[in-house]
Design a protein around this ligand. Structure first.
Ligand code: 5GP
Ligand code: 5GP
Length: 236
């Protein structure tokens, strides 16, 4: 497990558009702190290897895949996960970050009836991804908040490029990617999902971050991400 943490190549800093999480067939629930702002929310900071894509993508994403290398099937890891199950997130370790996390990393899941505390989401992300990051508990959540603060909000970046939440507008995927690349200096990957009517919409933005947890880099691997050329960005 320790080796996993040492070997990864880059991070995905993943943010979700709440409008697209909530308008699916499944719907969403708000956390105990109430309806979040109409801004992208953090999903996680995920250590990643640079070797699996594009075979391992979108709906087929898996922590490891079979690849044919020199005529032989080889199990290839795409990312490390659950590197230390005994390392549980301690609220005390992140006590100074909790209010900023609540605003920027809200849970929208309806698990356990919904309306729960977002720290359950953070604790899950910590256990699955954070324990492989080489960062401590405080360092991991501080790094995510720093990244989020740096870009000043993806919704604002998109709005400045004329890409605003709308019930019926369709936006060029390349326009969305370009607006974020221009504003942040690094090319992101994009993931889409479908609303209750089956329309494709922007769901998550994957920004790529160097191993230092700070420097944005162009994403090294393409991602089909289930998007089409034009996608919706529904209001929240
Ligand atoms: P999904 O099936 O929703 O694409 O992904 C489910 C979960 O698998 C994600 O929430 C995340 O925990 C993990 N995951 C999916 N894609 C990637 C990836 O490219 N890198 C890493 N590190 N984890 C991923
Ligand atoms: P991942 O897709 O990161 O492996 O799993 C995310 C887990 O966190 C799922 O079990 C999901 O139910 C839970 N979760 C809690 N709140 C959220 C949220 O707002 N967005 C997403 N994508 N997952 C959430």
């Amino acid at each position: 497990a320790a080796a996993d943490a040492d070997e990864f190549d880059f991070f995905y800093f993943v943010q979700q558009w709440p409008g697209s999480f909530c308008d699916t067939q499944r719907g969403c629930c708000f956390p105990d702190t109430g309806k979040p702002e109409p801004e992208f929310g953090i999903h996680g900071l995920w250590p990643n290897y640079a070797k699996c894509r594009p075979a391992n993508d979108g709906p087929d994403a898996a922590a490891s895949i079979d690849m044919v290398v020199g005529g032989h099937h080889r199990r290839q890891k795409c990312w490390p996960e659950y590197c230390d199950d005994s390392n549980q997130l301690l609220p005390f370790a992140i006590r100074d970050l909790i209010s900023e996390l609540a605003g920027n990393w809200p849970t929208l899941s309806c698990k356990n009836g919904g309306g729960g505390p977002s720290i359950e989401f953070w604790a899950y992300e910590w256990k699955k991804h954070g324990t492989c990051s080489g960062l401590g508990q405080h360092g991991y959540f501080a790094a995510a908040l720093d990244l989020k603060r740096r870009d000043g909000g993806l919704a604002g970046i998109l709005a400045a490029a004329g890409i605003v939440p709308s019930e019926d507008e369709r936006y060029l995927l390349s326009g969305i990617r370009g607006a974020i690349a221009n504003a942040t200096g690094a090319i992101p990957n994009l993931e889409c999902n479908r609303d209750a009517f089956g329309e494709t919409q922007l769901y998550q933005v994957y920004q790529c971050v160097a191993r230092d947890g700070k420097t944005l880099i162009d994403c090294p691997l393409p991602m089909s991400g289930r998007c089409s050329d034009r996608v919706k960005m529904p209001p929240f």
